[in-house]
Write a protein that binds this ligand. Structure first.
Ligand code: PEP
Ligand code: MG
Length: 329
């Protein structure tokens, strides 16, 4: 497929009418950064920082964390690298941080929530990112996972600002954040939708249970309705009575698995998502399929997807409108 004439070699993408869509890579460290660089990613849309913390009895020190972040940042001079703060718990257990056992770990004190009781792990991490960012040429963005209230967003942004870090944003992984995205985005700089968790929480279906795989798909119309809600919230930011009317739209990206599905990528673009972050190997095909549609067509396909009754009908309706998928085999 990489050699197919319709598939250009990864990197930045635009729709057929020239509308730009940033194509970014999901990475877990410096090794992955090399792969992302080779795939001509526009940058990194999700730098998962958990790996440095796994299989340890305590958190790594600020210096070690700064070096690990610096090794990634140095691969992307002048380009965006979105660092996600620690996402421990549920599918990523971390015994020294996550209180356990909990009856429902996916609904427990995980991810950003661990900082309520143990703020030093998060503040050390932000200190380390700030040290690495100050020494790097990359454009460093920072975001927190599993945010559900505006208080969380405000607190996280304050911690970032105090260290000169920014843009500071949130992952939209809970229905609450998607539904109240306008208020979250009035308090932060950007949102990145984690469709893996957003699907799990919208469908009330554990993402680790194979028996629920048919529920755990971002083709579920309810999930796409929450993507729309997030994008609409980002557009409303400048319009409310309580916010500065000069504030421009805030950027919304997607960094869950959905971003790497070419047909879904078109739908997400049509809903207003301006950057897609995925496994580097998915970049060329997503770029090719995006280039085959105009924004008007992407919006039309998004409208079809939102109107679908079921996940299967949603996927079939969109795929039927993308003949290039057949051409690409
Ligand atoms: C997501 O939930 O979509 C996401 C990108 O984060 P993770 O898969 O690491 O939970
Ligand atoms: Mg997640």
């Amino acid at each position: 497929l990489q050699n197919h004439p319709l598939v250009h070699g990864g990197g930045g993408a635009s729709l057929a009418d020239g509308t730009a869509v940033q194509l970014l890579a999901n990475i877990g460290g410096a090794q992955d950064a090399l792969v992302a660089e080779a795939a001509h990613a526009d940058g990194v849309g999700l730098f998962r920082t958990e790996f440095l913390f796994l299989d340890r009895e305590s958190a790594p020190g600020v210096q070690e964390q700064a070096e690990a972040s610096g090794a990634v940042f140095s691969r992307f001079p002048g380009r965006k690298v979105v660092v996600r703060t620690l996402d421990a718990g549920a599918d990523k257990p971390l015994p020294f941080l996550v209180a356990g056992p909990e009856p429902n770990p996916a609904l427990g004190v995980r991810a950003y929530r661990t900082s309520w009781e143990r703020p030093s792990v998060l503040t050390d991490q932000l200190d380390a990112i700030a040290v690495a960012a100050a020494a790097a040429q990359a454009e460093v963005w920072v975001m927190a996972p599993m945010i559900s209230t505006v208080e969380d967003t405000e607190d996280f942004v304050a911690l970032c600002r105090a260290r000169g870090l920014g843009p500071a944003g949130i992952m939209v992984e809970t229905p609450s954040a998607a539904i109240t995205a306008d208020r979250h985005l009035a308090a932060c700089d950007f949102a990145s939708i984690g469709t893996n968790d957003l699907t799990q929480y919208t469908m009330a279906a554990d993402r680790q249970l194979g028996a629920l795989a048919h529920l755990n798909t971002p083709w579920q119309p309810a999930v796409l309705a929450l993507v729309r809600s997030t994008c609409e919230g980002a557009r409303r930011v400048g319009e409310g009575p309580t916010v500065d009317s000069a504030v421009a739209d805030k950027p919304v990206g997607v960094c869950g698995e959905a971003a790497g599905d070419p047909a879904l990528a078109v739908v997400l673009g049509g809903l207003g998502v301006s950057s897609l972050s995925m496994a580097p190997r998915s970049l060329p095909l997503v770029a090719a399929v995006l280039a085959s549609v105009t924004m008007e067509q992407a919006k039309e396909l998004a409208a079809r997807a939102l109107a679908a009754r079921t996940a299967a009908e949603c996927r079939d309706a969109v795929r039927a409108g993308l003949p290039i998928l057949g051409d690409l085999g």
